[in-house]
Design a protein around this ligand. Sequence first.
Ligand SMILES: Cc1ncc(COP(=O)(O)O)c(C=O)c1O
Length: 392
Amino acid sequence: MREYIYMDNAATTPVKDEVLEEMMPFFKEKYGNPSSIYSLGQTSKVAVEKAREQVAKSIAAKKEEIYFTAGGSESDNWAIKGIAYKNKKKGNHIITSKIEHHAVLHTCEYLEKDGFEVTYLNVDKDGIVDLEELKNSIKDTTILITIMTANNEIGTIEPIKEIGEIAKSKGIIFHTDAVQAMGNIKIDVNDMNIDLLSMSAHKVYGPKGIGALYVRKGIKLDSLITGGGQERNKRAGTENVPAIVGMGKAIELAYENLEEHNNKLISLRDNLIKKIEDSIDEIKLNGHRTKRLPGNVNFSFKYIEGESLLLSLDMVGIAGSSGSACTSGSLDPSHVLLGIGLDHEIAHGSLRLSLGDFNNEEEINYVVEELKKIVQKLRMMSPLYDKLEGEK
Ligand SMILES: Cc1ncc(COP(=O)(O)O)c(C=O)c1O
C-alpha cells in the first residue's frame, strides 16, 4: 500500500522539524522554572517572553496582551466566562452564532444555566452570519459578541472586520475564535476591532495542548486559575515552556510564509474541488466557494453515510473527517451542516478533506480516483439509491 495520505489538517497538524528543534533543549538542558531568579530559570523566562512576542506580532498585538493557555478550548472558555462574569452587573446578554465550535457553544449553554441569555444567530446557506440580524439582536444588556473567524467544518470565513465595527460602535466586547484561521488568514486585531482572540498551536504545525488568548489592553476579565503569579496573575501554574516555545516558532513560521502557503493550498484546494465535481454526481460543496479557508474542502454525497465513507477511505490509506474531530464518532449530524440548512440525510453523507503544507497534486489525484470508486460502491449498497436507480 502507498504511504498514508493525511487530509485532516483542520483536526491537527504534525509538528514541523524547525518547531521541534526549538523545543528540544527546553526538556532536558534548559529545564529551569521561569519563575526562578537564577540564570537557568531566567533562560526559560526569556524563551517564554520571546514566544509571547512572536505570537503577538502575528496578530499585530502587544506582547503584554497575550496569555498562554492549554489550547483553543481553554481560551474560548476563559474569554467567554471571564467576560460574562466580570460584566454581570452591566448585563447578561451574549450573542454568538449557531455554527460555532462546541468550545464556544457549550460554554454559552453553561452560562444560560447560570442566568445569562444567549442569542444564537442564523447563518446563510454558505455559513455567513447575517449582519442585519446581528445588529437587530443587540440589546441594552448585551455584554459580549463571540463569532468565529473561520469555521472548522466548512471553512467559511466570517466578516470579522464588519462585526468588530458593529461591536465597537455599540461599546460591546468582541471575541473571536481564530483557532482555524491562524496561520491561514492575515489577522490584525486593531484593524478588525477584535477585543479577545483564541488560538491554538496544534493547527499550525505546533505542539498540542498549548494555545493563547489575546486580551486587548484595558479589557478586564476574571482570572482563569488562581495560584502563583504566572501570566500576570491571570492563569496560575508553571508554564509549559517547551510547548510555549514551539507555539511561538510555529506561528512565526506560518506568518513568514503566509502568501506562499496560501497560494499553494488554494490551488490544491480548487483543483480537488473541481476534480471531485467533475467525476462524481449528486454532490454538494458545503461552505462559501471563495470566502473559505485555503485548505478546506467539504462535500455532501447523496445516499451515503459519512462514517462508511471515512472507513473506506482509511482502508486505502486516506485520512479525512466527517465533521469536527470532537464530534465525529457521534451519530448526530453536524450542527454546522444543519445550520447551513442541509437536511439530516444529506448532512450525514459529508466529508471534510483539509489540506496542509505537506499535501501535493499527486495525492489529490489518488484521493479523487479512490473517492470516485468508493462513492460508487457505497451507493450501489444503499437501498435508497437502488430504488432510485430502478425508477430511472
Ligand atoms: C474552531 C475551533 N475552536 C476551538 C477548537 C479547540 O481547540 P483545541 O483543540 O486546541 O482545544 C478547535 C479544534 O478543533 C476549533 O476548530
